[in-house]
Design a protein around this ligand. Structure first.
Ligand SMILES: [Zn+2]
Length: 196
């Protein structure tokens, strides 16, 4: 069972606060995350939050918003998360590192760095590629923990976030589609980036 780090939860709480504004304290309370109202978690890779606690947060937000607004919510979280990451020292190091790769290898380099960052925090992210596309697979996607019955892919957090990171490291030529989602019954959330 996955456990997520203080660093990732801290990042999530900052974006959730921006997106939910005056509802923030209410949402945290509903999800049983009251402990983070008193103090933000430490900015480290140490495991901090269980998958069951992540599930409570996803289910509270999904029940509050419904499918379509939840998808919009995950998109907004993705935008804020990518902005925060790209503005951080990690983002500066990523840009410098990816710029050293030949243009055709840049998306893979950026995806590998992103996967490494999230894996350090407890979110499994697998990177693959074939002649047609690159693939990012999240077997324990934290955006749809315990959610079922979605009519379309739900987890725009990664699709919009990865798109923004690729735009800044490889140029705006790449599209990111969520091509499988656990909330629709798939075993993992999968993002496909077709080769241009
Ligand atoms: Zn998902």
């Amino acid at each position: 069972m996955a456990e997520f780090s203080g660093r990732l939860i801290r990042l999530y709480l900052a974006t959730l606060h921006e997106v939910s504004q005056q509802e923030y304290a209410h949402i945290l309370h509903q999800a049983g995350w009251d402990r983070f109202l008193a103090a933000l978690p430490p900015d480290t890779d140490a495991p901090l939050l269980t998958e069951a606690e992540s599930q409570q947060m996803d289910q509270v937000c999904y029940a509050m918003l419904g499918e379509d607004l939840y998808r919009l919510f995950t998109r907004n979280i993705g935008v804020k998360t990518a902005q925060a990451l790209l503005a951080s020292p990690w983002g500066a190091a990523l840009r410098a590192q990816v710029a050293q790769a030949p243009p055709a290898a840049r998306p893979r380099r950026a995806l590998d760095a992103l996967a490494q960052f999230y894996q350090a925090g407890g979110v499994q992210m697998l990177v693959g590629e074939d002649a047609r596309a690159w693939y990012l697979t999240l077997p324990d996607c934290p955006t749809c923990t315990g959610l079922q019955g979605a009519r379309a892919p739900l987890c725009a957090t990664a699709s919009v976030g990865v798109k923004m990171i690729l735009d800044q490291t490889g140029g705006p030529r790449y599209r990111v589609d969520e091509t499988a989602c656990r909330a629709m019954g798939a075993p993992a959330c999968v993002y496909t980036i077709p080769r241009p």
